[in-house]
Design a protein. Structure first.
Length: 364
């Protein structure tokens, strides 16, 4: 372990979820000579959301695992209550986006408003220099421009840069991603070697506050609303069946429609005011253009002219060649070289130049 004068050692706040990645991130930062403090965010109470029987990233067991690892590493540990902020900034936006006909990505909003904004403010209030997470991505400073760059993880299958495009220059300058150059087996081996209780803990996959995946039922429980049945219509406007509430369907969906029309049909559009869901053949899902707003530029200060990029319009999609153009109102147009399937309002489009994140925004 690195030995330095304790007064001169940089100080880091480790965002500890109770999982193996953030635990190993804490281990690596301490090994690198940082004075570390661990913190777990309490974002909601499972009981409040009707999720008592589920294991989620904010469960009591996760807090216990994070505390155990902090104890093993001999670093101070704290649980920070952000339930009010999470409700206002993440859950309410999640519901509003679905109710407006979009499909939200709450993990991106959690990164924007909680993991980096709130945690960095907490770190600064406690005299700490950096926020550290277990994300798979890399941060470097461009020597030519001085701008902080967000780059993909070295191992592409674990790369999480797509959900991190919201980080500001100030946040990037005060964030560390120690796992950006590592693969998962190596991380589990380190955790096992350190004797961590979560060395073989499963990765969390689902939306943390909707662990069963039934977001419409969650919304009904949370809001007290009931989303009524309505009409399925075809692309000519003809009624072809009944649906169970437009919020329950997302663009490109085929399964669970309950329609027998002689050929496969997919959700192509929704009219939330009329409570109709338009279905049609898969060919109706393809388009080459999208418009996005709420853009955060990382590698450049702003977009002033058309630029060639690779773009992703959803997390698991391979990057696609495209041209991005500035629009007069601060929005951007992304035109793909080839038609893309089921581009969906509320999701994010993230632009890449090689392994560097150029920027990203919300699809309108």
């Amino acid at each position: 372990m690195t030995t330095q004068n304790p007064a001169n050692r940089p100080r880091a706040l480790i965002a500890m979820s109770g999982g193996v990645d953030s635990s190993v991130a804490a281990y690596l930062m301490k090994e690198a000579g940082y004075r570390c403090m661990g913190a777990t965010m309490r974002l909601y109470q499972n009981e409040d959301l009707g999720q008592c029987g589920f294991h989620t990233c904010c469960s009591a067991k996760d807090v216990e695992d994070a505390a155990d690892v902090a104890f093993q590493l001999d670093i101070p540990f704290e649980v920070i209550n952000y339930t009010d902020e999470f409700r206002e900034k993440v859950i309410k936006k999640f519901i509003a986006t679905y109710e407006a006909g979009g499909t939200p990505n709450p993990c991106i909003d959690c990164n924007r408003y909680m993991k980096f904004d709130k945690m960095l403010a907490f770190a600064r209030a406690h005299g700490l220099d950096y926020v550290v997470t277990g994300h798979y991505a890399r941060i470097e400073q461009d020597p030519a421009t001085g701008r902080w760059l967000l780059k993909k993880a070295l191992y592409g299958e674990k790369d999480q840069s797509y959900v991190l495009y919201v980080l500001t220059q100030d946040e990037l300058a005060h964030t560390k991603f120690p796992l950006g150059g590592m693969d998962k087996p190596s991380i589990r081996m380190l955790a096992e070697k350190a004797g961590f209780c979560n060395a073989h803990k499963h990765d969390s996959q689902d939306i943390c506050f909707v662990p069963d995946g039934d977001y419409a039922s969650f919304m009904e429980r949370y809001t007290g609303k009931f989303y009524p049945d309505g009409d399925f219509i075809d692309t000519t406007g003809k009624v072809v069946g009944r649906h169970h509430g437009a919020v329950r369907y997302t663009n490109g969906q085929r399964k669970g429609l309950g329609l027998a029309l002689g050929a496969p049909v997919y959700v192509c559009d929704k009219d939330m005011e009329k409570n109709t869901v338009t279905v049609g053949p898969e060919s109706e899902l393809f388009t080459t253009k999208l418009v996005a707003g709420d853009f955060n530029w990382i590698s450049i200060p702003e977009l002033t002219a058309p630029m060639r990029v690779k773009a992703k319009a959803r997390y698991r999609q391979p990057e696609q060649p495209a041209t991005v153009r500035p629009l007069p109102d601060g929005k951007v147009e992304v035109e793909f070289d080839a038609p893309q399937r089921a581009i969906t309002r509320g999701q994010s489009v993230v632009l890449y130049d090689g392994d560097i994140v150029v920027g990203g925004g919300t699809i309108l």
